[in-house]
Design a protein around this ligand. Structure first.
Ligand code: PHE
Ligand code: NA
Length: 446
């Protein structure tokens, strides 16, 4: 409601940490490697990197800019900024579809967060120790086939998210984002080191970086584009919401570059950790969402100190998932809080319980509802594909078109602190390259 009461980040560093906390998550460590596996390797990776640089980075900047100017939830921010620029009220749709996207994603994201929790426990109870690939595979399919177990962990995960978000932005988000990210980075380095001992590191690196262009289809390009949005938390109002807690002093473009680089390094690191294990054990590249859960436990179960490393890894993965999940709930809560008479806590509970309920439908699609299909997809896949391949790119497109075409150019240039020279490149990318890229990928996929 009143802008004066809208909270702010306590420092620039905590903003960077929170934005990175949102970006770095299951998308990097769980989703990126299995998408690479499904899409056939390096061709996907290279297109993905292009999408990140040419489309993701400018859209991230654009979302922060809108949020910072609006200083409210994504829907109100879009409405206000459009109004003061003399633009149509219809732009508010960009905010609305963002909030909707966040809600849909969190429902299935929390299910995977639950898998990570469950594996944290398995790692200490010796579930991986000395197991071969078959036993590890059974551990995973056993979990998927057990709705009660999935529900338990999904619920625990959602409760943690609700608990943190209810405490509000400065206490809840910052405290959580401050410490554990670097530890996750260190652990990935250890796992990449383990990958080097398998004798299959070279093959993995070549799989990731040496493209077989015959693998490049429209479908693969759309998947890469969608994942670029997912991994940077774009097209959901999240970065807009985070930008709304931001003061004038932050250089948006520089900060965006930092966040993008960290996110990309973690994803590539996860790939370099996982594929050597896949090749060394003759595992199926096309394992889908189970990939990290059937590869990494094998490594942990068969290396010295693996129990401790396994515990640390799944704890940190859970933590990375939590900081992203918090960010997914945030725009929904911010919206409910500022649009209804509910308090922060009330809004968090309402949004959280609704998300939890939808998550139950997602987890049932791995077992009792595996036959319930829409357009040939189970509910989990439907939520995933609908958001990544549709909602996020379209919402992101709206944000970039709005900033590039709808706002006063000179004001944007000053706000981003660019000289005329850099700004013409920015203009070229945001007005033409990025929007045309997104549209072209869309049209070709239809
Ligand atoms: N970017 C997060 C990840 O890579 C996931 C996420 C998606 C978070 C969308 C917020 C919004 O895991
Ligand atoms: Na990410």
């Amino acid at each position: 409601m009143s802008k004066q009461s809208h909270a702010h980040w306590s420092s620039k560093l905590t903003f960077i940490l929170a934005a990175t906390g949102s970006a770095v998550g299951l998308g990097n460590i769980w989703k990126f490697p299995y998408m690479v596996g499904e899409s056939g390797g390096a061709a996907f990776v290279l297109v993905y990197l292009l999408c990140i640089a040419l489309i993701g980075l400018p859209i991230l900047t654009a979302e922060w800019l809108i949020g910072r100017r609006g200083q409210e939830n994504p829907v109100n921010s879009m409405a206000d900024v459009a109004k003061s620029a003399g633009r149509s009220k219809g732009w508010v749709m960009v905010g609305i579809s963002g909030v909707l996207g966040a809600f849909l994603i969190l429902s299935f994201y929390s299910v995977i967060g639950g898998w990570s929790l469950s594996y944290t426990l398995s790692s200490v109870t010796g579930g991986f120790t000395g197991q071969d690939a078959d036993a590890i595979g059974e551990l995973f399919s056993g979990m998927l086939g057990n709705p009660g177990q999935l529900l338990l962990w999904h619920s625990v995960f959602m409760l943690l998210v609700i608990g943190i978000v209810a405490r509000g932005v400065t206490k809840g988000l910052e405290g959580a984002a401050r410490t554990l990210m670097p530890a996750l980075g260190v652990l990935l380095v250890v796992l990449v080191g383990y990958g080097m001992t398998t004798g299959y590191f070279g093959q993995a690196a070549s799989y990731l970086f040496n493209p077989d262009w015959s693998k490049l289809t429209g479908e693969v390009v759309l998947a890469a584009l969608g994942h670029a949005f997912f991994t940077l938390s774009l097209g959901m109002g999240i970065m807009m919401a985070y930008g709304s807690y931001l003061g004038e002093e932050v250089n948006l473009l520089k900060t965006a570059r930092t966040v993008v680089i960290m996110d990309t390094v973690i994803a590539l690191g996860a790939g370099l950790a996982i594929f050597p294990i896949v090749f060394a054990n003759g595992l199926d590249l096309n394992s889908g969402p189970g990939l990290i859960f059937v590869t990494l436990p094998l490594a942990f179960g068969n290396m010295t100190g693996g129990m401790l490393l396994g515990l640390a890894f799944f704890l940190l993965l859970t933590f990375a998932a939590l900081t992203s999940a918090i960010s997914l709930l945030e725009p929904v809560v911010e919206f409910v809080e500022e649009r209804t008479p509910l308090s922060r806590v009330g809004a968090t509970v309402v949004a959280g319980v609704a998300t939890w309920a939808l998550g139950i439908a997602a987890l049932l699609s791995f077992n009792v509802w595996s036959d319930v299909l829409f357009f040939g997809l189970n509910i989990f896949d439907l939520l995933d594909k609908l958001t990544s391949k549709f909602l996020l790119p379209l919402t992101g497109l709206g944000a970039i078109v709005f900033v590039a075409w709808g706002l006063d150019k000179e004001g944007v240039r000053k706000e981003l602190g660019m000289d005329i020279y850099d700004f013409s490149l920015w203009n070229l990318i945001t007005r033409y390259v990025a929007p045309i890229g997104v549209l072209a990928v869309f049209v070709s996929s239809l």
